[in-house]
Design a protein around this ligand. Structure first.
Ligand code: NAD
Length: 270
């Protein structure tokens, strides 16, 4: 018997952009963990962050392991920066196969009654519009690729959250924006599937990243979050990055428009 060709989990020869690829100090945020895992699988990774030094630290970590990466600074809430970031990938590496829209912030605090319109525009711009702007420039470059395994020319993975699937937070902006990311992902997958562009998102539960640690979370709340999951353990950025790497790779060549939870089963409970 001759079996059909198997998809590969390797990313050799592929070029990826990761936004928000830095992290505080030597810590492990989602962008850094994703950059490291993509490079480990063979991709060349352009690590972009508002803070160039921290993106460069991610590059050093990759190069130390024998991987290929470069850094650049970009504020993804600026259309000009998004365009320049995609152009940098083209100039440096000649192509683009994978876009990881990782940047996201907690944004405006409070309920609708407390909403400040400027803070809302800023939060939605960073958490949602930035992903549209990155796709606006990334997709035309991906379409220059010859169709690969499964007819795929490019793969986009957006960072959502379980907050985009449920209410359950005192602050309105974050779940609103992450809910928009989930359905934007489906709509973008619908728009570009016929061109061989896959678009998916991941919905992580609570992960102990530098962002969360920097917010000064108490041990009590941290423990409470851990106990909410069905597995009763705490996740970190590697757990999320492994799902992102899978969705970015040809192993997921027949997966588009999905929102993958990475949450130890929190969203299975009620
Ligand atoms: P992090 O703060 O550790 O990393 C985010 C990085 O993005 C930082 O290096 C920061 O400098 C950069 N950044 C911020 N604004 C930017 C901008 N405008 N342009 C370019 N870079 C910018 O955060 P994290 O916890 O790793 O979160 C990353 C993503 O994962 C976010 O989208 C977040 O919503 C999502 N997420 C996190 C958790 C969690 O529990 N940590 C859970 C679900 C989803």
């Amino acid at each position: 018997t001759v079996l059909p060709p198997r998809p590969s989990q390797r990313l050799d020869g592929k070029v990826a952009i990761v936004t928000g690829a830095g992290s505080l100090g030597d810590g492990l945020g989602n962008g850094r963990a994703t950059s490291i895992l993509l490079a480990e699988a063979g991709a060349t990774v352009l690590c972009a962050d508002l803070d160039l030094a921290t993106a460069q630290r991610t590059v050093e970590m990759i190069v130390q392991e024998g991987g290929k990466a470069a850094s650049t600074d970009a504020d993804v809430s600026s259309e000009q920066d998004c365009e320049a970031l995609v152009a940098a990938a083209k100039d440096m590496f000649g192509r683009l196969d994978i876009l990881i829209n990782n940047v996201g912030i907690m944004g405006a605090e409070g309920t609708a009654v407390e909403a400040d319109v400027d803070e809302w525009h800023r939060g939605l711009s960073i958490n949602v519009t930035s992903m549209v702007l990155m796709a606006k420039y990334a997709i035309p470059l991906m379409l220059k690729n010859e169709p690969g395994d499964g007819g795929i020319r490019g793969s986009i993975v957006n960072m959502a959250s379980i907050a985009g699937l449920q209410g359950g937070t005192p602050h309105l902006l974050y779940p609103t924006s992450k809910g928009a990311v989930v359905n934007m992902t489906r709509a973008m997958a619908y728009n570009h599937g016929h061109e061989g562009i896959r678009v998916n998102c991941v919905c992580p539960g609570f992960l102990y990243t530098p962002m969360v640690a920097g917010d000064g979370m108490s041990d009590e709340i941290r423990d409470q979050r851990r106990r909410q999951g069905l597995l009763k353990t705490e996740g970190n950025a590697w757990d999320c990055a492994a799902a992102v790497r899978f969705l970015a790779s040809d192993e997921a060549r027949w997966i588009t428009g999905t929102a993958m939870t990475v949450d130890a089963g929190v969203t299975c409970s009620y």
